[in-house]
Design a protein around this ligand. Structure first.
Ligand code: GDP
Ligand code: MG
Length: 163
C-alpha cells in the first residue's frame, strides 16, 4: 500500500490547488469561494519520484464560533486517522489567523507527523506569513506556491523522512 498524506487547513488556503498540483489533474474543485470541496478526495500523487496517496479535505467551512472547537477536534481526528503525514496548509499572504492557531493547537497534540505548508508564497508577499508560521510550533514551514508549482523540491525534502 502507498503511504497516505492528508491535506488539512482552514478554507481558501489552497488545499485543493495543492492536491491538483500533486495529482496532476483537475479533479478537485478550486474556487474563489471557500467551501467548494465538500468531500474528501483521494488521488495518486507523484512528487519527484515519491508516490503516495493524497487526500484533500474540507469541513471547517460552515462552523459557527460556539460549536467550532468540538467539531474541529472531531474533523481533525477523522482526517488524521490512517495518515502517515499531514500537510497543514496556511496562507502565507494572509498570515496566521485565529482559526489557523486553533487548528495548530490540535495538531500539536497529534501523533501524526505534521508538515506546515506556507502556501501562496510566490514573490515577496508571503515572507511575513512564512515567518509567522514558525510560531505554530510544528517545525520549519515549507514555503510553497501550489498555483505556480514553486517549492516542490522543499516539499519533497520535508516528506521524505516520513514516507
Ligand atoms: P482550499 O479552500 O484550501 O481548497 O483552497 P483552493 O485550492 O480552493 O484555493 C483558494 C484560492 O486560493 C483560489 O483562488 C486559488 O486560485 C488560490 N491559490 C491557491 N494556491 C495559490 C498560490 O500558490 N498562490 C496564490 N496567489 N493563490 C493561490
Ligand atoms: Mg478545497
Amino acid at each position: 500500500d502507498l503511504p497516505t498524506v492528508i491535506i488539512i487547513g482552514r478554507p481558501n488556503v489552497g488545499k485543493s490547488t495543492l492536491w491538483n498540483r500533486l495529482v496532476g489533474k483537475k479533479l478537485a474543485l478550486v474556487d474563489d469561494q471557500p467551501g467548494v470541496t465538500r468531500d474528501r478526495r483521494m488521488g495518486d500523487a507523484h512528487l519527484l519520484g515519491l508516490d503516495f496517496t493524497i487526500v484533500d479535505t474540507a469541513g471547517w467551512e460552515d462552523e459557527d464560533a460556539a460549536t467550532l472547537p468540538g467539531r474541529m477536534r472531531k474533523q481533525t481526528e477523522a482526517s488524521l486517522e490512517g495518515a502517515d503525514v499531514a500537510l497543514f496548509v496556511i496562507d502565507a499572504r494572509a498570515g496566521l489567523t485565529p482559526l489557523d492557531e486553533e487548528i495548530g493547537r490540535y495538531l500539536r497534540e497529534s501523533t501524526v507527523p505534521i508538515v506546515v505548508i506556507a502556501n501562496k508564497a510566490e514573490g515577496k508577499a508571503g515572507d511575513h506569513g512564512l515567518f509567522e508560521a514558525f510560531s505554530l510550533g510544528l517545525g520549519d514551514p515549507v514555503a510553497l506556491s501550489a498555483e505556480h508549482g514553486e517549492g516542490m523540491a522543499d516539499l519533497f525534502d520535508a516528506l521524505l523522512p516520513h514516507l
